[in-house]
Ligand binder design. Structure first.
Ligand SMILES: [Cu+2]
Length: 499
């Protein structure tokens, strides 16, 4: 790539891993926590899933209660399980003291049940959407999408995982025992004050968005999960507000990526390290049949220098070079510890997972361009009751009263994205799409699946091909937005209809 800005984000990186490596908090040196596994809420038989939104108290730090938010629990929510061809009935009840909207991220459902900011629940309100699940097996999630408050509410805990099953995925020899060899892994980062309270401020978030100092996995700091001595599937969700992670194992072992945001890849892709943008999901299978523990590292992408001027994503191999001895590895964010009492999944990974049909070029009927703008002054800087609306797309900051694009249903389009500064993870509601280009570069094998997140930068166009199969009206439009939640809350979002 031509520009040295291609990989570097908005701030200059720390030298190597010093920042992450220096973080050895006292509480991480005691008995490690057990990985919390969110309760499974099975909605595949049409039985309603209750999701009361409420305040809670969660112990991130031993002996310290931190005020939080959750869905029927103190922090995060249950893992909702559903199935292609079933009706998923959700029962939200906002028992908190603030307005909340909840979006089903990655779901192919109409705008009126998508949970955008138009569908805000006031304190005391209920919302009972029924979602027809028509899409293939995938790992999705649900999270706060409240106008101007998404970053704050997700940070305090309003997020959870959704697992969609289907017959195709069932027929494959993949680990699928929830909480045993098929683990939900929600990666976030948080900063705590001296009293153990969460520290967050949209107003004080810099250009990068809000970075927490400490990585948490399912709400725990450096937990341990007991797993069988076989293949283990991790459903990784980067649920951080703003942080890009490089995910790798401490011993450099190979893992296989089997799924992107919208479902299975055509074939497993062997990897040793992988970048995950905020909002992204990656399913991986790691083999622990050697009986050794495996430490999952979540390195902070922003702490790497752009030494090699490598291409986005495609240049990731080599970004983290283990041979450089001065780099100190940070402690694992999660340790997988073999328990021989558990029955292992030993079947070989399938060579092929799914068949992926791409439309012919002639089926793509129009192109839309989206320019993400970091320093947007046109909107006056204030909007709709909150202070900062200084980021924009195509010259306009998010306005609840403006429909930015009108899309025809069932038609393929090419969407092109670029920014005037830095890297951004972009999300489009109501669909999965295929990536054609990442910042002007070709798409790496592990991104050639159904996606609802694409990373873009200021160096070249990122391109997707996309089709919308469900309606979204003026009353309940879909959103597209940056998934750095502070950018979203500061206006880097737009609304569109499908009809
Ligand atoms: Cu952004």
């Amino acid at each position: 790539m031509s520009s040295s800005l291609s990989r570097r984000r908005f701030l200059a990186g720390f030298p190597a891993l010093i920042g992450a490596g220096a973080l050895h908090p006292a509480w991480a040196l005691g008995t490690p926590a057990t990985l919390p596994i969110p309760n499974l809420a099975d909605g595949s038989d049409g039985k309603p899933v209750d999701l009361p939104i409420r305040q809670g108290e969660w112990s991130f730090l031993p002996g310290v209660k931190t005020p939080t938010l959750g869905f029927g629990q103190d922090y995060l929510g249950p893992t909702i399980r559903t199935r292609r061809g079933s009706e998923l009935s959700l029962r939200y009840h906002n028992m908190s003291s603030e307005p909340v909207a909840v979006h089903g991220h990655g779901l192919h459902v109409p705008g009126d049940v998508d949970g955008g900011p138009q569908l805000e629940m006031a304190p005391g309100d209920r919302w009972d959407p029924t979602l027809s699940i028509v899409q293939p097996a995938a790992t999705c999630w649900y999270h706060s999408h409240t106008h101007g408050r998404t970053g704050d509410q997700v940070y305090r805990g309003l997020a959870g995982m959704i697992i969609i099953d289907d017959e195709q995925a069932d027929s494959l020899a993949l680990p699928h025992r929830y909480g045993v060899d098929d683990l939900p892994i929600i990666i976030q980062d948080r900063t705590f004050d001296a009293q153990g309270r969460l520290v967050y401020s949209l107003m004080d978030s810099g250009d990068d968005g809000w970075f927490g100092e400490t990585v948490i996995v399912n709400g725990a700091i450096a937990p341990v999960a007991k797993v069988p001595a076989g293949k283990v599937r991790l459903r990784l969700l980067n649920g951080a507000n703003a942080r890009f992670y490089i995910v790798t194992f401490a011993d450099g072992r190979i893992f296989h990526k089997i799924a992107t945001d919208g479902g299975l890849l055509e074939a497993p892709v062997p990897m040793t390290q992988m970048e995950m943008a905020p909002g992204e999901r990656c399913e991986i299978v790691v083999d622990l049949s050697d009986g050794r523990s495996a430490g999952l590292l979540t390195l902070f992408e922003d702490e790497f220098e752009d030494e090699e001027d490598e291409g986005l994503l495609g240049g990731l191999l080599g970004l983290f070079d283990r041979s450089e001895s001065e780099k100190t590895l940070p402690p694992p964010s999660l340790t997988l510890e073999v328990d021989n009492a558990l029955m292992p999944h030993t079947a070989p990974l399938p060579d092929r997972l799914i068949a992926l049909a791409r439309p012919p070029e002639s089926a793509i009927v129009r192109t839309r361009d989206f320019m993400l703008e970091m320093n947007h002054s046109g909107a006056g800087g204030h909007g709709q009751g909150h202070a900062m609306m200084d980021m924009a797309i195509n010259g306009a900051a998010m306005d609840m009263n403006v429909i930015n694009e009108r899309i025809e249903r069932g038609v393929w389009e090419r969407w092109r994205f670029r920014s005037d500064q830095g890297e951004h993870p972009f999300h489009v509601h109501g669909c999965s799409f295929l990536i054609d280009k990442v910042a002007g570069e070709s798409v790496p094998a592990d991104q050639k699946g159904w996606k609802d997140m694409v990373v873009l930068d200021d160096d070249g166009w990122s391109e997707i091909i996309v089709r919308f199969d469900h309606p979204a009206t003026d009353r309940t439009p879909y959103m597209y937005h940056c998934h750095i939640l502070e950018h979203e809350d500061r206006g880097m979002m737009g609304q569109f209809t499908v009809s």
